[in-house]
Design a binder for this molecule. Structure first.
Ligand SMILES: Nc1ncnc2c1ncn2[C@@H]1O[C@H](COP(=O)(O)OP(=O)(O)OP(=O)(O)O)[C@@H](O)[C@H]1O
Ligand SMILES: [Mg+2]
Length: 359
């Protein structure tokens, strides 16, 4: 019609005439504009009742992303901003942007245990229900193992849990964790654990948030793990939107009384460390993992960097991952510079034996 009308004024008149004709007949009309001509032509926008804009983005890698925005809708409050959507067999599915403040439930803010006495002591007695925990550390330190420990403890308490895995293949994960005493297959079979592998290249952030919400609502999971945010950030157009997204998702989960565990892998192995995404200020508790070198061995240390909800130990403890899973030692009081990676021994003993070998 726009092409036939030739100029904007005539175009507007034509559209108005059409509008009156259809209104008289009580018809609901959907007008499509493929935005091939002057994209700034807003002639129709002022005539119609509502305007929905669709966009398709092609990321450098991965499937195309589709999003939509309601630009105008007369007489109704609508959810503003961009919403991801997919076109699939059966139709279109829109994932409305999550607004956490709309979902508030009440629950008791009790402390939950990790199942390891030393770890509970380190975090000041336990993790508050409905708070978020970030496990930060270089590759291979045991970030996943820490969250597996919390998941396993939750299921042992009789609760339900959900895990969203970005990085690992599930078959391998099940096999390797069984060796450490985390029998995820059994937990899944008994219906206590929902575990899902997420392909960052295929899924849009909006769809992921929707999946998490759906799983948490239907399975009533009170412990949720996202491993890792590095994978999640790969699904994001830019870092800023990742932070906003994670923030909204965490808020939503926390308001449902679900304790959320996230991991972020940092670049570097010892010494200076950089995180690809800084979400430390979003999480209520931050658990920092580090490699350090002592008497010719690479050891691992854990420390709590912050905990919004209360006091925690300010010590650094050694931990080990073994056949029986995770084990923590006593505070490393005789070392200085553990977090730097190359500590000095300032104690009296000549050897360092914080934990027995068979742990
Ligand atoms: N059965 C086992 N016995 C002893 N140590 C083990 C065992 N299984 C795993 N580990 C140790 O745990 C480490 C991996 O732990 P985990 O997967 O939790 O680390 P991560 O920080 O999540 O790693 P990534 O950065 O790759 O995700 C291995 O590097 C290994 O040292
Ligand atoms: Mg991991």
């Amino acid at each position: 019609i726009r092409l036939l009308a030739q100029n904007s004024l005539r175009y507007r008149r034509q559209i108005l005439a059409l509008k009156h004709f259809f209104a008289k007949n009580g018809a609901t009309v959907l007008l499509l504009d493929d935005l091939t001509s002057e994209s700034l032509d807003k002639t129709v926008h002022s005539v119609v009742h509502g305007v929905i804009r669709l966009e398709e983005l092609a990321p450098d890698y991965g499937a195309e992303r589709r999003r939509m925005r309601v630009m105008k809708y007369r007489g109704t409050k609508f959810r503003g901003g961009w919403h991801d959507f997919v076109i699939q067999t059966g139709g279109v599915r829109v994932f409305p942007r999550l607004v956490a403040s709309e979902h508030r439930t009440s629950f008791a803010r009790t402390q939950i245990s990790s199942g390891i006495g030393e770890l509970d002591t380190l975090v000041g007695g336990g993790i508050e229900r409905g708070s978020s925990v970030l496990v930060l550390g270089p590759a291979g330190t045991g970030k996943s193992t820490f969250i597996f420990q919390f998941i396993t403890a939750a299921i042992k308490r009789g609760e339900k849990a959900a895990m969203f895995i970005f990085d690992e293949e599930l078959g391998l994960l099940f096999d390797r964790c069984r060796a450490m005493g985390f029998d995820f297959q059994k937990m899944v079979d008994e219906g206590n654990l929902h575990i899902e592998q997420v392909d960052a290249a295929e899924l849009s952030p909006g769809e992921f948030a929707y999946r998490v919400r759906e799983v948490v609502d239907t399975s009533n999971a009170k412990t949720v793990a996202i491993d890792s945010l590095n994978g999640y950030s790969a699904a994001m157009p830019n870092e800023n939107s990742l932070v906003l997204h994670v923030h909204e998702l965490l808020q939503y989960l926390n308001r449902q009384g679900a304790t959320t565990f996230l991991t972020v892998a940092q670049h570097g192995l010892v010494g200076d460390m950089k995180a690809p995404v800084d979400v430390t200020y979003l999480a209520d508790t931050v658990i920092l993992l580090r490699y350090y070198e002592a008497i010719g061995r690479v050891k691992r240390a854990v420390s709590i960097i912050k905990k919004r909800t209360g006091a925690h130990e300010d010590t650094i403890r050694e931990y080990r991952i073994g056949n029986r899973g995770l084990a923590l030692g006593q505070p490393l009081e005789e070392f200085q510079g553990v977090l730097r990676g190359v500590p000095n021994y300032i104690g009296k003993q000549a050897t360092v034996v914080p934990m027995s070998e068979n742990e």
